[in-house]
Every structure is written in structure tokens, then in C-alpha cells.
Ligand binder design. Structure first.
Ligand SMILES: [Zn+2]
Length: 436
């Protein structure tokens, strides 16, 4: 066990100051590894979400960790935090980052004291780290109830889930990617079971690094990877795939699939917190945070895809918002209460299962049902804008597979909701065969 950054004179000052000001029972020591940890963290208050469009409120106070058992290393069963190190980013697909190299991390340097058995972070950095790892701790503890996938299967191919705190970022891709990185303050590192938390931007009101809504969204990407991608997130390598419908990384890189992945992640965030207003608590009220609040959006696919439309400016995130809204509509069509956490989790378990079947359907027979790759895709180039008829063809086969893999008694809910938000344009009659 380590006692890190222990400074006797500072500790004496802290003890004296506390005795003097409050007289509460205090000891300065480190907790032995293996004890149940209770620590003061920033967490969200579920009771503050009355409507799905509400931004949750945050509370500060003691919470119990279920996974972290070593406070000095911030590690425990299936989960650990690492600090610093180098993260080489090759490409970002939304908040999913493709990275090759990470190394040089150290165990976190946490400054804290203990009062009445509760770990009290003494610097804002330590508070951020503890609060961030607390969010992952609770999500890891809930993996099976959220996904229906037993924990040992969820983690079977990977080492512990690591959360990398403030890595030094080396961007090896172009300048456009650098810009995107700056607006992505929490990210899932595809295929690696690692998450990265970057320095907060000036605009962040509640740091994304410990905002439960954002962390649940990132965790949602790891769930989508295990379900839709069958635990295998391939990278597209430059080549010439004109005649091939399915090649490694095609689905991962498609504009449409990136959007569906983002929407699924937003839906996981809703399941976790009850709120579909994903960004407002961190970034305030703005057109960009409003268009991501799927509970309130007033646009459909035609409004978004209409040439010259600026009703939604987030590119494939807009497809994601429509997909999250569609799932929410299906949830509501069954008369399920959005405030009921157990029902939300039950619905997500069904959705996770559905996504794994849909992914399988799209890949079977060498991707036979997929449209042929367009020029960019056939060379594995990333496209940042909608390519209407091409993306609509892909959406249509995705939706067709959704309906096909839904049990008959539940199909109507999906058929109605998908046609409401995607219309004939992206959900044409040819894809609705199983709706009848
Ligand atoms: Zn994301």
C-alpha cells in the first residue's frame, strides 16, 4: 500500500485547521486496499429529472463505490484509472476515437483526507478523478442489468476497463481532427475497452469528465461495440473495395452507422439518467445542445436532409438524435414510464439484443443486403456530410433488419416510430415488408 504525496507539515495544517474550525473527528491516513470505499463525489440527482427534456442537477456528497477497492491506485474489479501518458489519436468518429498507441501512464496521484471514514478529495483535480471513476464504477456494477450480457462475457476479451485521465494527446491525423478533438472532452477508444477524459473546455459548466450523462453516453459506445459489432470493432484500411460489400471497417466507418452508434449511446444515457437532454448540463442552452435534446426536437429526417436545411447542424449526430428519438417513441408506445429506471433498463436489454441481431443480419452472406460502397467508402475514406440517397439506402436496410428481428407482437411500435421520424425517404415501402 502506498501513501502518496504525504506531506507532514501540510497534513498538520489540515488537521489543525479542521480541529479548529469544526472539531469533527478527523484522521489523516490512507485507506488500506480492500476496504469498501465511500468518498465525496459529484454525482447526478435522479430526483431532479422530472421530464425527459430536463437537464439533471448535480449533487456533492458521499457515495459508496462498488468496484474500486484501492483508493490510492483508483483500481478495483474490472476497472482502473490511469493518469497522463501519451495517447496517439489516428482518427475520430464522433466521440469514438481510433488510436494505436497508448503508454507511459501512471497510477493516479490522488490528494485526499479521511473524515469519519469518508474519503474527501482535497484538490479539484482529485475531486474530478474520484467523481469520474465513480461514474464508471456504477456503470460497470450495472453492466448485466443494463445489457443482459453477463459481466464475465461483457469483459471476456478485454483486460480491465481503463479510464485514462488527461492523457497528452498526439494527433497524427489532419487539422480537422485536432479541431474535433478539442470539442470532444470524453471519448471511447474503439476496440480497446478504454476511455479517455481530456482537459475541460472553458465552456463546460459541469465538467464532462464527471458528468454522468456524458460518461453513460461513452459507455453506450462500448455496449454498441459488443452488440451491433459483435465485440469486434474493425478499422478500415485504405484500399480499393469497389466490388466488395463487406470489408473490415466498412460498417464502422459508414456515416449512417456512426450516427446510429451516437444515437444508441444517447439512448443509453437516457436509460441511465432518465434525461434525453444530453449536453445542456455541461454546455448550457444553445442551438447545438437543443438539437441534441431528443425529447424536444421538432425535426424529422426530411427536414434534416433537405438541401440547404440548417435545422440540425451536427452531421451524423442528427441521424443519431432521430434514432434515439425513435427508440424513445417505441418505449412510450408501450405505455412505459420514462421515470421508471427498471423499465428503462429492461427496454435497453431488449434493444441490445436487437442490435446484435441487426448487426449479424447486415453482415451475413458477405453483407449481401448492403448497398455497394460509394466511391469514398470503397477507398475507406471518411465522409463528414450526408450523402442522401446512399445513406438512405443503408438506413433502409438497417430498419428492414430491425423490423425483421423484432418479434411480431412488438413490430408495430417500431414500424410506426421509424416511419414517423424517417418517413418514406429513409424507410420506404420496400423496407416495410414485415410491418404488414
Ligand atoms: Zn459519442
Amino acid at each position: 500500500m502506498k501513501s502518496k504525496s504525504f506531506n507532514p507539515s501540510a497534513a498538520f495544517f489540515v488537521i489543525s485547521a479542521i480541529w479548529f474550525f469544526c472539531g469533527c473527528k478527523t484522521s489523516v491516513k490512507t485507506l488500506p486496499a480492500g476496504d469498501t470505499i465511500r468518498a465525496d463525489v459529484v454525482s447526478f440527482d435522479p430526483a431532479s429529472v422530472q421530464a425527459v427534456s430536463d437537464a439533471p442537477k448535480f449533487i456533492y456528497g458521499p457515495q459508496t463505490f462498488s468496484r474500486i477497492t484501492d483508493i490510492n491506485a483508483l483500481s478495483g474489479s474490472r476497472l482502473k484509472m490511469l493518469q497522463g501518458g501519451d495517447l496517439e489519436i489516428q482518427e475520430t468518429l464522433g466521440s469514438v476515437i481510433l488510436s494505436n498507441q497508448f503508454g507511459g501512464f501512471t497510477i493516479p496521484n490522488l490528494d485526499y483526507r479521511i473524515a469519519n471514514g469518508i474519503v474527501k478529495p482535497t484538490t479539484s483535480k482529485s475531486l474530478t478523478m474520484l467523481s469520474a471513476i465513480y461514474n464508471f464504477d456504477t456503470l460497470v456494477g450495472a453492466v448485466e442489468s443494463l445489457t443482459g450480457i453477463p459481466e464475465n462475457e461483457f469483459f471476456k476479451t478485454s483486460a480491465d476497463l481503463s479510464v485514462i485521465y488527461h492523457p497528452a494527446v498526439k494527433v497524427t491525423a489532419g487539422g480537422e481532427v485536432v479541431k474535433k478533438y478539442e470539442t470532444t472532452n470524453a471519448a471511447y477508444l474503439a476496440g480497446s475497452n478504454q476511455f479517455a477524459l481530456f482537459m475541460p473546455g472553458r465552456e463546460e459548466q459541469v465538467a464532462m469528465a464527471y458528468n454522468a450523462q456524458i460518461i453513460a453516453h461513452e459507455f453506450g459506445h462500448s455496449i454498441f461495440e459488443r452488440s451491433f459489432f459483435n465485440n469486434k470493432f474493425d478499422r478500415c484500411t485504405k484500399g480499393n473495395y469497389v466490388e466488395q460489400k463487406l470489408f473490415p471497417g466498412r460498417l464502422e466507418q459508414e456515416f449512417t452507422v456512426r450516427g446510429l452508434n451516437e444515437g444508441f449511446a444517447d439512448f443509453v444515457s437516457f436509460v441511465w439518467t432518465g434525461s434525453g437532454n444530453i449536453l445542456q448540463s455541461s454546455l448550457g442552452i444553445s442551438p447545438a445542445t437543443r438539437e441534441r435534446n431528443f425529447a424536444l426536437i421538432g425535426f424529422d429526417y426530411d427536414d434534416y436532409s433537405y438541401s440547404g436545411s440548417d435545422i440540425c447542424t451536427g452531421g451524423y449526430y442528427c441521424l443519431g438524435t432521430l434514432w434515439a428519438k425513435t427508440l424513445f417513441e417505441v418505449y412510450q408506445s408501450r405505455g412505459l414510464d420514462p421515470k421508471n429506471f427498471e423499465l428503462r433498463k429492461e427496454f435497453l436489454r431488449e434493444t441490445v439484443q436487437l442490435m446484435s441481431e441487426v448487426g449479424k443480419s447486415l453482415r451475413e452472406f458477405d453483407g449481401d443486403r448492403l448497398p455497394k460502397p460509394d466511391e469514398k467508402m470503397s477507398k475507406c475514406e471518411v465522409r463528414e456530410g450526408l450523402s442522401p440517397s446512399y445513406d438512405e439506402d443503408l438506413l433502409a436496410v438497417f430498419f428492414e433488419a430491425v423490423i425483421e428481428n423484432t418479434e411480431t407482437s412488438k413490430r408495430k411500435g417500431y414500424c410506426d416510430a421509424i416511419s414517423k421520424y424517417f418517413g418514406q425517404t429513409a424507410f420506404p415501402d420496400s423496407a416495410r415488408g414485415d410491418c404488414k
